[in-house]
Design a protein around this ligand. Structure first.
Ligand code: SAH
Length: 346
């Protein structure tokens, strides 16, 4: 029989399972709190010994382990390689900002979106992660931090497309927000999508105060289609319509990610086109110097072009910043670390 991943469940759902075992209702709260602290069944000392035994036989307390941590030599960034119980690997990045620790969480093993600059998608999508497998990434990062603190911010920007694993991602958001668990404020959470408009429209109705990040990378359909195959299915007009709807319904500012790729999307004319596209939209543009991925023949724009692009956007009154490069020495770009550990790569 397959063992149940308990981190997938809310206290009410744990309660239903525990009631079948003849346990009182309050045990569900206790179990939920232990699980989200990362405590193994054997050490959940407020639970009766016999129950801990039954749990260990039929359920999973933590569905993955930290295979290796790679601390950057240049800054406080740490890259994690996690091993799932089925031996699949995913990665995460822990970053330290002035406001605290922020964790980049993966939502799928690989990705099927096919963006031209991204290492995560090179082998396609192996499988989606469950909500509990995403929670486990936060639990393991907290365990790694120990006395140094706790993860206070989460970005769903690791490998995978959150909107292609919608239900598990929304469940994950509600689980980490639960007061009896990690109690993480969803105002400190960003969800990044390559632009699946159906998902954006659905998310707008969930009543979750997360920040929506949209990976745009181009100011028009023709260019976007060259680097993001998903743009063929979801043209810019419908994407922007869905984003405007998101801002209207949630009242929250949207963030656009724009990786500057040499010779492709970083001319001043592109900045002007982008500014026109985003005019009157409550938004911020995050310019990202492309992380070079050796399998991809795309290079980052030179620093002076990045600066000129930024200044042009600002001149046109678009709120924009250049994302600090962190962990560049530890394979910071999406999917690079896992690829270097795949058996076929060695
Ligand atoms: N699938 C989601 C989330 C994962 S990718 C999305 O597309 O948004 C997280 C961010 O990293 C996206 O903005 C993506 O476009 C960007 N990214 C991926 N590979 C990159 C690279 N080599 N250099 C810079 N940014 C990259």
């Amino acid at each position: 029989m397959e063992r149940r991943i308990l981190l997938d469940l809310f206290p009410e759902e744990l309660g239903a399972w525990l009631a079948d075992q003849g346990q009182p209702a309050y045990r569900a709260q206790q179990l939920f709190a232990w699980l989200h602290r990362g405590t193994p069944f054997a050490q959940m000392h407020t639970l009766p010994q016999a129950l801990r035994q039954t749990l260990a036989e039929s359920c999973v307390d933590l569905p993955m382990s930290l295979r290796q941590a790679f601390p950057s030599q240049k800054d406080d960034t740490v890259k994690f390689l996690y091993a799932l119980d089925d031996q699949n690997l995913v990665e995460g990045v822990l970053m330290r900002y002035h406001y605290g620790h922020s964790l980049c969480v993966s939502t799928q093993v690989g990705c099927k979106m096919g963006c031209a600059f991204c290492a995560s998608t090179l082998e396609g999508c192996v499988r989606s992660l469950s909500a509990g497998e995403m929670v486990a990434q936060v639990v393991l990062a907290n365990r790694y931090l120990g006395q140094r603190g706790r993860v206070g911010h989460v970005v769903l920007m690791g490998s995978g497309e959150p909107m292609d694993n919608y239900d598990a991602c929304v469940r994950f958001l509600r689980l980490i927000n639960h007061p009896q668990g990690l109690n993480l404020s969803l105002r400190n959470v960003s969800l990044s999508t390559c632009g699946l408009t159906d998902g954006i429209r659905r998310l707008a109705q969930e009543g979750l105060p997360v920040t929506l990040s949209v990976s745009l990378h181009a100011p028009n359909d023709a260019l976007r289609q060259r680097i993001m195959p998903v743009a063929k299915a979801y043209p810019m007009a419908s994407l922007m319509e869905a984003v405007r709807d998101y801002v209207r319904r949630t009242g929250r500012r949207v963030v656009f990610e724009y990786a500057l790729i040499d010779g492709l999307n970083c001319e001043l004319s592109h900045a002007r086109e982008l500014a026109a596209l985003l005019r009157s939209l409550q938004c911020h543009v995050n310019l990202i110097p492309l992380n070079h991925v050796s399998e991809r023949d795309l290079r980052p724009a030179p620093p002076q072009k990045i600066r000129a692009f930024l200044e042009e956007l600002q001149r046109l009154r678009i709120s924009a910043t250049v994302r600090r490069e962190m962990g560049a020495d530890i394979g910071g770009a999406c999917g690079q670390l896992r690829r270097s550990h795949l058996p076929t790569q060695s």
